[in-house]
Design a protein around this ligand. Structure first.
Ligand code: UGA
Length: 409
């Protein structure tokens, strides 16, 4: 089978690499000439564990181009372009323009939509492309994208024409994952409902964390016992500074405005968004509580990526905290094992970052931030991700932890 992938961002590139590794001939298309040129020379534009090795291994079966006409003989073309949120609403511009360009496909080719799109989009893609369309949402997580793609929890195939659904199902037949066949709209709903549910779960435990701080409880103890109930599950119950990244913030907002437009507002998703947006401010307040007036003092942020094991800073809580602190006249320095950004002065080691600052906020739970309590003894600390051994700290506040500390009198 020959496969096309349109859009070489996170989802597209990982999909292309995995499918080529499984033996398919894959053509990846992107409008960004520099990205395509780089990929053809072996330069990988993102950091994702295992991706570079996979791309190297599948050389020969994988080509990158800006030329859509190279897709004319593929059996399945995946659309994996981005769907940004503009003014709280999803923009389908890239999906729709890719759909028009996919008129180059042969009449028996199928378009599979992987981009996260609001219900109703697959129908539009069919109108614009004149080809059969299947909705095949993606559930991969950054940091474990290859494992999630080779071994997904479920494969959702939404469509109308059975032969087209059969063809897309065949592409994924190397996995042993359960396949769920649905309509287009159901498939599109599954993606948004899943991401929004996870966001709600995070905001829920974060509100419980707020309460724990008042009651001298430890939210980790509460979450652990809650998670032992299989109906609740222990996943996505880590209280902290909230969710960031390229998906949850964007998808929850797009889903909320979509629901409002239909006159059935998802109030619970709206609340999750609001709770999440308050997290960075809460971290700053915690630091003020323990450190006092912040103006003209130096604060170090440990972790600028939106989560560990990625260099992605999109909607990163660390960067949001940095800009709130700067507004208060704080001198902010940052350290991250992998992420690079222009918006904060960055130093190259955590030791230097901590040594130069009076206050420290842990914003991402990188493995290398565990066990650093000795470096933090004389500092004012906010543990925003609950990775430190609090019994070894003197002057601190921690998310979802209410015990009195020296700095909190
Ligand atoms: C998320 C979903 O987990 C994937 O299933 C989905 O395919 C993807 O979005 C997408 O729509 O493309 P991702 O954004 O890579 O994946 O990252 P997650 O691991 O889900 O983390 C998202 C955010 O939630 C991070 O900022 C993380 O720190 C935060 N989080 C996660 C918590 O604050 N607490 C938790 O318990 C779990």
């Amino acid at each position: 089978m020959r496969i096309g992938v349109v859009g070489l961002g996170y989802v597209g590139l990982v999909t292309a690499a995995v499918l080529a590794d499984k033996g398919y001939e894959v053509v990846g298309v992107d409008v960004d000439e520099r990205k395509v040129e780089g990929l053809n020379c072996g330069r990988v534009p993102i950091y994702e564990p295992g991706l570079k090795e996979l791309l190297t291994r599948s050389q020969g079966r994988l080509t990158f181009t800006t030329d859509y006409s190279r897709l004319s003989d593929v059996d399945v073309a995946f659309i994996a372009v981005s769907t940004p949120t503009v003014n709280g609403r999803i923009s389908l511009d890239y999906v729709l323009s890719a759909s028009r360009s996919l008129k180059v496909l042969g009449k028996d080719s199928v378009i599979a939509v992987k981009s996260t799109v609001i219900p109703g989009t697959a129908r539009k893609v069919r109108e614009l492309s004149g080809r059969e369309v299947v909705s095949n949402p993606e559930f991969l997580k950054e940091g474990s994208a290859i494992r999630d793609t080779t071994n997904p929890d479920r494969i959702v195939i939404g469509g109308e024409a059975q032969w087209a659904m059969d063809l897309v199902e065949k592409v994924w037949s190397f996995t042993n994952s359960p396949v769920i066949r649905t309509t287009w709209e159901e498939a599109e709903m599954i993606k948004y409902a899943s991401n929004s549910f996870l966001a709600v779960k995070i905001s829920f435990i974060n509100e419980i964390a707020n309460l724990c701080e008042r009651l001298n409880c430890d939210v980790n103890v509460v979450a652990k016992a809650m998670g032992l109930d299989p109906r609740i599950s222990p996943h996505f119950l880590r209280a902290g500074l909230g969710y960031g990244g390229s998906c949850f913030p964007k998808d929850t907002k797009a889903f909320l405005s979509f629901s409002e437009d239909l006159g059935e507002p998802l109030r619970i998703v709206g609340a999750a968004i609001q709770v999440n947006e308050e997290r960075p401010l809460r971290a700053v307040r915690m630091l003020e509580e323990v450190m006092g007036e912040l103006r003209d003092r130096v604060v170090c942020i440990l972790g600028l990526a939106f989560k560990p094991n990625t260099d992605d800073t999109r909607e990163s809580v660390g960067l949001k905290i940095a800009s709130l602190l700067k507004e208060k006249g704080v001198r902010v320095i940052g350290y991250d094992p992998m992420a690079r950004t222009e918006s904060v002065e960055q130093v190259s080691t955590k030791e230097e970052c901590i040594a130069r600052a009076e206050g420290v906020i842990v914003a991402t739970e990188w493995e290398e931030f565990k066990g650093i309590e000795d470096l933090l003894k004389e500092k004012y600390v906010v543990d925003g991700r609950r990775i430190l051994d609090l019994s070894k700290l003197k002057r601190f506040r921690a998310v979802g932890y209410g015990r009195m500390t020296e700095g909190r009198s």
